[in-house]
Design a protein around this ligand. Structure first.
Ligand SMILES: Cc1cc2nc3c(=O)[nH]c(=O)nc-3n(C[C@H](O)[C@H](O)[C@H](O)COP(=O)(O)O)c2cc1C
Length: 386
């Protein structure tokens, strides 16, 4: 489920935006309507809020909150000019300045307004900054003129929204198992041996898989970020819990093990809190069962198994390569966790995808983009199996 800001500006086609909101909501998305006073002359804001199953928000800044997509339909010549020049005197223009992510614009206006060099220059300005434009199409306008200026149909706009959100049906009917976060091995009732993994990478993989139509289960080990909506979440706080939950779901078509699972755990666990005294506390550690290896040993035909290698030092990549054959996995995603700018607890990552057929470096990028590339590669491997 994505969060979509839907801007509606003052053209007759505002009534068609009702259908767009309905399609987005039906597609499982959270819609935040942003309705200009110009648009309210045609359709009341309440209509959009009702279709979005929201009550008009008392949050003054709802248009400035994080969203996965901003779509403006219909887009008037007036608001287009504001977007082109960075003005911010209506909700939609303000949201467009604050939004970081894909933008889709569906202009609608009189054909002469559309053809005017000022409008065309404005279209070029927003397009050159990365906005996607859908339509306008040719046809008879509300005022009875023929030409280019009709807003694209809601179904067409919705299809472009899905594309920009990375939604496909390429994993429809597939079960995907993802692990995320870092396990914590208890030392006593309050202390644990843990690691710095936030779970962002695994959460991004779960989100990408869900957007491609998969049935996703997320094994969540102490996430510091919220899990994506629309996936089944199983809490797996320790390596043992992770192993048990993973083996119970080992029949998945695609397994993406991104969690940092403890390699060692304390041999003894003190049940109460160990009181402080002057003596040293010597903790003996034993190796945990390797989740990835256990899955590799039990893999079923056709399954694609993806492991992660969080390594440090010059031999890291060599260890990742070795993991590929030793653990019988199809793809190892290697990342150097010694770097402060990527990896653990960071929004970005830079990885090397290691498969039997070679290696591919993915340059530094936000984790959702890295996740999309990993899932692309996993899908290729799934297709090879079929
Ligand atoms: C009946 C009527 C229909 C209009 N249709 C459009 C239209 O389709 N496209 C457009 O760019 N402007 C249209 N306008 C003009 C806009 O409503 C006007 O430029 C307004 O200031 C837009 O404000 P907004 O961009 O903040 O919503 C129309 C005006 C009227 C009175």
């Amino acid at each position: 489920m994505a969060r979509v800001l839907v801007g509606v500006t003052g053209g007759i086609a505002a009534y068609k935006a009702c259908e767009l909101v309905r399609l987005l909501v039906k597609g499982g998305h959270e819609v935040v309507p942003l309705v200009t006073p110009g648009a309210e002359r045609f359709v009341r804001a309440e209509t959009f809020f009702a279709l979005a199953r929201l009550s008009p928000s008392d949050d003054l800044y709802v248009h400035l909150t994080r969203a996965d997509l901003l779509v403006v339909a219909p887009l008037t010549a007036n608001t287009l000019a504001k977007l082109a020049h960075g003005e911010a005197d209506n909700l939609v223009a303000e949201a467009a300045l604050a939004h970081r992510g894909p933008v889709l614009l569906a202009p609608a206006m009189n054909p002469r307004m559309w053809a005017h060099p000022a409008t065309q220059a404005n279209v070029e300005a927003v397009r050159s900054r990365g906005a996607a434009i859908v339509g306008p199409g040719e046809g008879e306008t509300a005022e009875g003129e023929w030409g280019l200026g009709r807003m694209a149909e809601p179904e067409q706009i919705y299809a472009r929204c899905r594309e920009l959100l990375g939604e496909t049906d390429s994993l429809a009917g597939r079960e995907v198992l993802v692990s995320a976060g870092g396990t914590r091995e208890p030392l006593d009732a309050v202390r644990f041996l843990g690691n710095r993994s936030s779970g962002r990478m695994g959460v991004a993989l779960a989100e990408v898989s869900r957007r491609r139509g998969a049935d996703v289960t997320l094994l969540a080990a102490n996430l510091t970020v919220p899990p994506p909506p629309g996936v089944e979440v199983v809490e797996t706080p320790t390596a043992e819990a992770m192993l048990e939950a993973a083996l119970a779901r080992r029949g998945a078509d695609l397994v993406l093990m991104a969690a940092a699972v403890a390699d060692y755990r304390p041999v003894e666990r003190v049940d109460a809190k160990r009181p402080k005294d002057e003596r040293t506390w010597q903790v003996e550690l034993e190796p945990t069962h390797d989740v990835l290896q256990s899955l590799g040993e039990r893999r079923t035909n056709g399954q694609v198994l993806v492991g992660f290698a969080a390594e440090t030092g010059p031999d890291g990549l060599a260890r990742a390569r070795e993991k590929l054959s030793r653990k019988r996995v199809d793809l190892v995603v290697y990342n150097d966790v010694a770097r402060a700018d990527i990896g653990f607890d960071s929004d970005e990552n830079e990885v090397v995808l290691v498969t039997a057929s070679g290696e591919r470096r993915i340059e530094k990028a936000p984790k959702d983009r890295i996740a999309a590339t990993i899932v692309d590669t996993a899908e290729e491997l799934l297709r090879e199996r079929a």
